[in-house]
Ligand binder design. Structure first.
Ligand code: DP6
Length: 416
């Protein structure tokens, strides 16, 4: 009699991250080895994360993946590299409850189903590939009982997308570029966990954009080939900044932290302009946000907020504490009020308690906001920002043991 087909599943949740010292440029395109170290802060998965369920069954006849409910191809080199590396580390698995026994050597022949879901719009340009590959690798490692620690797993996630390696930890994370040709020492380590600097508040402005941006992969390839500024940055600027940034994080020195974060974001965008053909990721709205933060920081005498921008126009604003975040939100809502047909509840999402602290409950309160005194003739422009996300530094990957949170059906291994 044929054995009843079995399905073994694991579900994990992994955060996204934003770099405060940027990764831009590879020395090896296939292994994804960077030209410099980078440092990031992990964002609270309550507001921005990927959930992934991976399943294995003797009845699956091929590897398959669904992203946000739609089947996608796994044939790309990056997926294949991650799958191969994890399979090579698989160990014996025994699930007594379900009566499943998988021997190490069986993993070569077994196929997996993967379902992934982002709790934020993939198209918003908020590092969805970072959380996605980190979650894929973390979940598969648990499914296959791989014994590697999160740093070792980060070197596999790196081969999916460079920035993904930093999503294997919470708090502040450093991606060490490494020296080895095979990339084994190019991995992420945690600098401090999310409790170390828990005063920080993060507000993301999702900026409306009309154009489709150059992908990071293509953009950084062009920069490596054509930008002399990138060579100077990688060799002379970043090594010093990494040391200073580590110290600022360790001692919670917000002034140095903000100065380094803003300078590094600006230099990354300068490298983009120095690339042939030049790449423009920020737009007028991004520039107005920078100017708003710079004017306020200057008027206060010490920085209240740091800004950083990735390969797109969205601003990630890191406020020193809750008080600074509350004032920042008031200034942002004055300059970028929601358009008449948007309601406040969907315009400011995430941790809404900051809105409350700012004394803003409805549109009347937004309209009554005073202009920021440090900005002369402050203009109000509707429709330039899609929405704001209020969040904070957050934790690293976790397993979700509750089967009701799985994205695949426990009996069929197909999307629910
Ligand atoms: C600007 O990790 O998306 O966000 O390695 O080619 O997948 P690939 O690129 P990706 O690049 C991220 C670049 C960045 C800066 C950063 O996150 O450090």
């Amino acid at each position: 009699m044929a054995e009843k087909p079995w399905v073994r599943m694991v579900t994990a949740q992994t955060p996204t991250n934003i770099a405060v010292i940027k990764y831009w440029g590879k020395r090896d395109e296939t292994l994804i080895l960077p030209v410099n170290d980078s440092i990031s802060v992990t964002l609270d998965p309550a507001h921005l994360c990927t959930t992934t369920t991976v399943a294995v069954s003797s009845s699956f006849d091929q590897d398959r993946m669904w992203l946000n409910g739609k089947e996608i191809s796994l044939s790309g080199g990056r997926f294949q590299n991650c799958l191969r590396e994890i399979r090579a580390r698989a160990c014996d698995v025994e699930d007594e409850e379900k009566g499943i026994k998988i021997a190490k050597k069986d993993w070569e022949k077994l196929h997996v189903h993967i379902a992934s879901f982002n709790n934020f719009p993939t198209a918003a340009g908020l590092a969805s590939s970072a959380a996605g590959f980190a979650c894929l690798v973390f979940a598969l490692a648990k499914l296959m009982n791989a014994k590697e620690d999160n740093s070792e797993l980060s070197a596999i996630a790196r081969q999916g997308s460079g920035s993904a390696c930093r999503s294997l930890f919470g708090g502040f994370v450093k991606w060490i570029m490494g020296k080895a040709e095979d990339g084994r020492d190019s991995l992420a380590v945690q600098l401090v966990d999310e409790k170390h600097w828990d005063e920080l508040v993060i507000i993301i402005a999702v900026v409306c954009s009309r154009q489709k941006e150059t992908s990071s992969t293509t953009g950084m390839r062009d920069s490596v080939e054509t930008s002399l500024l990138l060579k100077h940055r990688a060799k002379e600027v970043v090594p010093k900044r990494i040391t200073e940034m580590e110290e600022a994080i360790k001692t919670r020195d917000f002034e140095s932290f903000a100065q380094l974060t803003c300078a590094d974001s600006n230099q990354f965008h300068a490298v983009c302009l120095d690339t042939c053909p030049p790449i423009f990721y920020m737009n007028d709205t991004s520039h107005r946000i920078i100017s708003c933060v710079e004017k306020w920081n200057r008027s206060e005498g010490t920085p209240q907020v740091a800004y950083t921008f990735d390969a797109g126009p969205n601003a990630v604003l890191i406020a020193h504490n809750r008080k600074a975040a509350t004032q920042l939100l008031q200034k942002l809502l004055f300059c970028f009020p929601p358009s008449s047909d948007t309601d406040l509840n969907s315009y400011v999402i995430g941790d809404k308690s900051i809105l409350k602290d700012a004394g803003i409950e409805d549109m009347k309160d937004v309209e009554a906001l005073p202009p920021p005194p440090e900005i002369k003739d402050a203009q109000r422009s509707k429709g330039d920002v899609s929405y704001f996300i209020c969040t904070k530094p957050g934790r690293g990957p976790v397993l979700l043991s509750d089967e009701s949170q799985a994205l695949l059906h426990p009996e069929t291994g197909l999307p629910k």
